[in-house]
Design a protein around this ligand. Structure first.
Ligand SMILES: [Fe+2]
Length: 292
């Protein structure tokens, strides 16, 4: 299974699409039924969908898996009493079938089988490859993590004093739950080809008037290079690279394994963090509840 896309609803679809395409570096993957689709250079039909709505929201975080994987997860979700949508076909790039499922705090996930794969494009240091993780705020991150592991078949990679990281393939984390007083979207991370691409991205965003609010730096868990921004449509977005790949022998880290020296919050220690901007952007996008 792998993380495939995030389905966003914004107040102004056109300007969000313009940002993702002209500044962020994603490529147009078409539009249908009033929804715009954008892709990266990886072999994924699209990584972000953008619909217009009266308030900002996430309709789903979408994972692609095999039919047996999807059936297994659906059975477990049903047994756990989770809110589940019907199995149906989706008219979108990739044209899979699948279903929505709601986590304990209303985070909405969608699982799809991909009927059509697309060709990988030539890696480009000015374009993201794909979405590599999504971080969700959680009031009870332990309960959310249990749901991700026991029901959605994720594996726990690391636990810090603030966040739990889970994975669904070899990438260190596809999802993470951040300790919070709400259950909103925290941020969306896009994988770049390398550190140089992240640094060039910082410059490109700066040219467009979007300042980095944290980074560049290198995280502890996942060991990835990062730079965070607030997109003009309001969400926190990250360029990242060199995300650690782990196997089944990876030892799950605990908060004691991830303590920083005073005044440090990453390996490099060169960046400052605009906490006011971060905390606003990290509490703007709620999840649209599944239709009853
Ligand atoms: Fe991140």
């Amino acid at each position: 299974m792998r993380l495939r896309s995030i389905e966003l609803e914004v107040l102004d679809r056109e300007s969000a699409v313009r940002f993702f395409r002209d500044t962020w570096g994603l490529l147009d993957a078409g539009a249908r039924n009033g929804i715009s689709y954008l892709r990266g250079t990886a072999d994924i039909p699209y990584v972000v969908s953008v619909a217009q709505a009266g308030e900002p929201a996430v309709a789903a975080v979408t994972f692609a898996g095999s039919k047996p994987e999807l059936e297994r997860i659906r059975k477990r979700a049903s047994a756990a009493g989770a809110r589940l949508g019907p199995v149906r076909d989706f008219d979108e790039p990739g044209s899979g079938s699948g279903y929505f499922v709601e986590g304990p705090e209303g985070h909405v996930f969608r699982f799809v089988t991909e009927r059509k794969r697309v060709k990988k494009l030539r890696p480009d240091r000015d374009r993201p490859l794909q979405v590599t993780h999504v971080v969700l705020n959680a009031r009870d991150r332990e309960a959310c993590t249990r749901f991700a592991v026991d029901v959605l078949a994720f594996r726990l990679s690391d636990r810090t004093g603030f966040m739990n990281f889970v994975r669904c393939d070899r990438v260190h984390h596809a999802l993470a739950y951040a300790h919070s007083d709400n259950s909103l979207l925290n941020h969306i991370a896009f994988e770049m080809t390398d550190i140089d691409a992240v640094m060039r991205g910082i410059g490109r965003l700066k040219d467009a008037g979007v300042e980095t609010f944290w980074g560049p730096g290198r995280h502890g868990p996942g060991n990835n290079v990062f730079a965070y921004f607030v997109a003009p449509f309001g969400a926190a977005v990250e360029y990242t690279s060199e995300v650690q790949r782990v196997g089944s022998s990876y030892k799950v880290g605990t908060p004691d394994d991830w303590k920083w020296p005073p005044r440090r919050n990453d390996h490099w220690g060169i960046s400052t963090r605009n906490s006011a901007a971060i905390s606003q952007a990290e509490r703007r996008f709620g999840f649209r509840p599944l239709a009853a």
